[in-house]
Design a protein around this ligand. Structure first.
Ligand SMILES: [Zn+2]
Ligand SMILES: [Zn+2]
Length: 291
């Protein structure tokens, strides 16, 4: 293992351990600070079970997405080792060998760093030092990329993090004290700081879930939205057309129920189809987007 990838792997584990500690710290601190909450919890143990159950579920989802394969393009695609007309992913999730799917020979490009053929929508991640299929973004909190294989897990993790964060926020709101002790103001200032932090997390998570739901509905990736003008395969696509979208229903169905053992290469529609879609009326666009 090279020193840079070793450093990257160590920092990934550092951020994962920090995230787990942070979750438990916030959860335990609110019970430690709030005497009324402790009394209520001792009379209603189901409340603690529910809260910590949600916390553990969220952490399991977090660790599952952090430890997952985002869809690395395999070594076998190195020049000369395998035909260009195959796109390969490792099916680590199912424990099977890599599987291949036929595609058009013009739809991949050579990565200058890891020397593999990158299918359309794949990108080299400099943190992972590998090419990732349907690259979305590299998440430093997860210590891995979000891509074709783990985008679904990522969405569910964020989805569960929101009620946990909101519940913790509500618990901290009840943690203020009115005592006349000289340390009361210090205690209340600490609660305010924690509340501000939780409110910022909540806003960030809400924006994240809305944005990623939009990406799923329209079959786009974060990288394509941000770098649309610079991507070679998006250059001739009119600005109001989402070239990979098959309609909201099919996009969501593919995202929720589609197999992750194979990677079906998507193609940019022909110029005629793109211009027809770009000039379609509101009703036609609505019909296409929905169906
Ligand atoms: Zn690469
Ligand atoms: Zn990465």
């Amino acid at each position: 293992m090279s020193s840079s990838s070793q450093l990257s792997s160590e920092s990934s584990w550092g951020s994962r351990i920090s995230m787990v500690i942070l979750h438990f710290l916030f959860a335990c601190l609110v019970f430690a600070l709030n005497e009324e909450l402790r009394e209520f919890a001792s009379q209603n143990p189901w409340y603690v079970v529910l809260y910590f159950g949600l916390l553990i579920l969220t952490l399991i989802l977090y660790l599952r997405v952090a430890g997952s394969n985002p869809g690395y393009v395999m070594e076998e695609q190195k020049v000369g080792l395998q035909s260009r007309v195959h796109a390969t992913i490792s099916a680590l999730e199912s424990g099977n060998d890599a599987r291949t799917v036929k595609c058009d020979s013009s739809c991949d490009k050579l990565c200058s760093i890891c020397k593999v053929h990158k299918p359309l929508r794949a990108k080299h991640c400099h943190d992972c030092n590998k090419c990732v299929l349907k690259f979305d973004h590299h998440c430093h909190w997860l210590g891995t990329c979000v891509g074709y294989m783990n985008h679904r897990r990522f969405w569910w993790f964020v989805f569960c993090e929101i009620p946990l964060c909101f519940w913790t926020f509500v618990l901290y709101c009840t943690a203020f004290t009115e005592g006349k002790n000289s340390y009361t103001w210090l205690y209340n200032a600490l609660v305010v700081c924690l509340l501000v932090f939780l409110a910022l997390c909540l806003l960030f998570l809400a924006a994240l879930i809305v944005f990623h739901s939009y990406l799923i509905l329209t079959n786009q990736t974060t990288y394509e939205v941000i770098r649309r003008g610079r991507l070679y395969y998006m250059r001739n696509v009119p600005h109001n057309v989402k070239p990979f979208s098959k309609g909201y229903v099919r996009n969501v169905a593919n995202f929720c129920c589609g197999t992750r053992s194979f990677y079906y290469l998507e193609e940019v529609p022909s110029d005629d189809i793109l211009s027809a879609r770009a000039s379609s009326s509101f009703l036609q666009a609505l019909y296409f987007n929905c169906c």
